[in-house]
Design a protein around this ligand. Structure first.
Ligand code: KG4
Ligand code: ZN
Length: 354
């Protein structure tokens, strides 16, 4: 089955051609046109401009994906597009294109939940664990933990039971806000990650202390909270700026201290979820899953706890269409079809595609 996957929920215009059969799935094309450079100067995504950019870029991106996969429209067996959560105007571009194309070709169409797709991404890598496992979702807009199982009658179709989520900011959002205060363009996560690694290298491999230190936010249960950490880091940056002490070395120290606190919270909550559910595998997806500190911390701590931590491949952590096609494939195999009246849903819970 050849599936065209489309993703336009935020600021990446992406299309993929996935070739899937009972032996597995092969990515024949993976095209991502990021608007990150466009929005760097704005300090974040401007929804109306993102929609217009998607409208201008989607057709060229789809054509490039087909050319790369060496297929034509008539070869496609199905179309899958993100229908939520995300920016409504941005979602509508990919969703309406996908619905119209599938209708024109007379092939099945499914709308895909972007969050489910992020947690499908790790399973595209070789050696991925089999469900059940705990899923840690860490993206720009979401930070949450789920117990992930496989549908009883449908191998490969993941189902999600919420275990905990952030009560305020998402971790990616906190990275971007702190980055902006440190003078880093949106999205700031990758730069802060690099600064933290540089600081660790200068200080014997450890991100924590001695120059800066933040309290680890540990609300009770399996929920997260990043607003307090964000505010503490912001206050410290403003203080250092006012006293003229905010030089590059101090920026690296702040990035390292922020990352150490964020990563420890994410890692320990995820391991607590494993302990609570008795599940011994953990998968991690979403943009912040690319974070080198989180990968190193969980790699070490999970091993100590006898848990296997498995991350999405780096290329599939941030927004892409491969994960959309991969989730879409499972929904189509399960017999799900969406009609032309499927609407974009800005706030969509995980597991609500049916
Ligand atoms: O999953 P994603 O591409 O988009 C959403 O669905 O929200 O995640 C984007 C987020 C941004 O906040 C970005 O700063 C963050 O992921 N991010 C990172 C890293 N790479 C991307 N945060 C920390 N470290 C990274 N290496
Ligand atoms: Zn995303």
């Amino acid at each position: 089955m050849l599936i065209l996957g489309l993703e336009t929920s935020c600021d990446e215009t992406a299309a993929t051609v996935l070739d899937a059969d009972e032996r597995g799935a092969r990515v024949r094309a993976d095209i991502v046109s990021s608007q990150a450079d466009f929005f760097a100067a704005y300090g974040g995504v401007v929804p109306e401009l993102a929609s217009r950019n998607h409208a201008a870029r989607l057709l060229p991106v789809v054509r490039q994906a087909l050319a790369c996969a060496e297929v034509v429209y008539a070869d496609l067996d199905a179309v899958a597009a993100t229908y939520g959560p995300g920016l409504t105007g941005a979602l509508l571009v990919g969703l309406n294109f996908g619905k119209a194309l599938a209708w024109g070709l007379g092939v099945p169409f499914v709308g895909v939940n972007h969050l489910a797709a992020h947690l499908q991404a790790p399973l595209l890598a070789e050696g991925a664990p089999q469900p059940p496992f705990v899923g840690l979702l860490v993206s720009g807009g979401h930070t949450a933990l789920y117990a992930v199982t496989e549908a009883a009658d449908q191998p490969g179709l993941l189902e999600f039971e919420p275990l905990g989520e952030t009560v305020d900011d998402a971790v990616g959002e906190a990275y971007d806000k702190i980055g902006r205060l440190l003078g880093v363009d949106y999205p700031a996560g990758p730069t802060l990650d690099r600064w933290a690694a540089e600081y660790a290298e200068e200080h014997g491999g450890d991100c924590a202390g001695p120059v800066e230190e933040f309290t680890r936010p540990m609300p009770t249960g399996l929920d997260f909270s990043f607003a307090g950490l964000k505010t503490a880091a912001a206050r410290r940056i403003i203080e250092l700026e006012a006293s003229g002490e905010l030089d590059d070395a101090r920026r690296r120290a702040l990035a390292a201290a922020f990352q150490a606190a964020a990563v420890e919270t994410l890692g320990e909550k995820a391991l607590a979820a494993c302990a609570r559910t008795g599940l011994r595998s953990l998968i991690v997806g979403g943009g912040v899953a690319a974070n080198s500190g989180l990968r190193a911390y969980l790699g070490r701590r999970a091993a100590e706890e006898g848990v296997r931590a498995f991350f999405a491949p780096l290329r599939l952590c941030t927004d892409n269409a491969v994960m959309i096609a991969a989730r879409g494939r499972r929904l189509i195999e399960a017999g799900l079809r969406h009609d032309l009246d499927l609407e974009a849903v800005a706030c969509l819970e995980l597991g609500a595609e049916g």
